[in-house]
Design a protein around this ligand. Structure first.
Ligand code: ZN
Length: 162
């Protein structure tokens, strides 16, 4: 796979123009995630009405992968039911953290372009930062997620990078 072309087209576009990058006026759910190994931070807000994500707000800073992945996540869950948002979260985690290849490509949509990051172990936490914030938001977890403390993530001191 030509990862450079992938980064150029998709990641940099989302990094430069993050989608839903705004604070919501009346969020019903909010969570934060940090990835100290890289310096990524994401604050995610959701407005949930009738079991549906009616609005999403994402404020973050950090590397291109973290911000692009979070931006793509907001597009994937906006307008989705809570069950659909959970399903996309599970499938994305399987792709990036578990390295699964029998993926539901229809469900993942554009997110499939991040698949190569599963092999760049140092960047897995970057790609998961926004999604860990989503998981925490859905669980109404108030404490900031620290990916350095997340044992389900691969060690970040391995090779790979952008
Ligand atoms: Zn990062």
């Amino acid at each position: 796979m030509d990862l450079k072309a992938l980064y150029r087209e998709v990641i940099l576009d989302h990094y430069k123009k993050p989608r839903n990058a705004e604070e919501l006026s009346a969020p019903t759910h909010e969570a934060k995630c940090k990835n100290p190994a890289c310096g990524d931070r994401i604050t995610l807000q959701l407005q949930v009405e009738n079991e549906q994500v009616s609005a999403v707000g994402m404020i973050g800073n950090g590397c291109a992968i973290s911000q692009a992945s979070a931006s793509m996540m907001t597009e994937a869950i906006k307008g989705a039911s809570l069950a659909q948002a959970q399903a996309v979260l599970r499938e994305f985690r399987r792709m990036i953290v578990d390295g699964a290849e029998d993926l539901d490509k229809e469900m993942l949509g554009d997110l499939i372009t991040l698949q190569g990051i599963a092999k760049l172990h140092a960047r897995v936490k970057c790609a998961m930062c926004g999604w860990s914030a989503l998981e925490a938001a859905l669980e109404q977890q108030e404490e900031e997620v620290d990916l350095d403390q997340d044992q389900s993530m691969p060690a970040s001191n391995r090779s790979g990078g952008m």
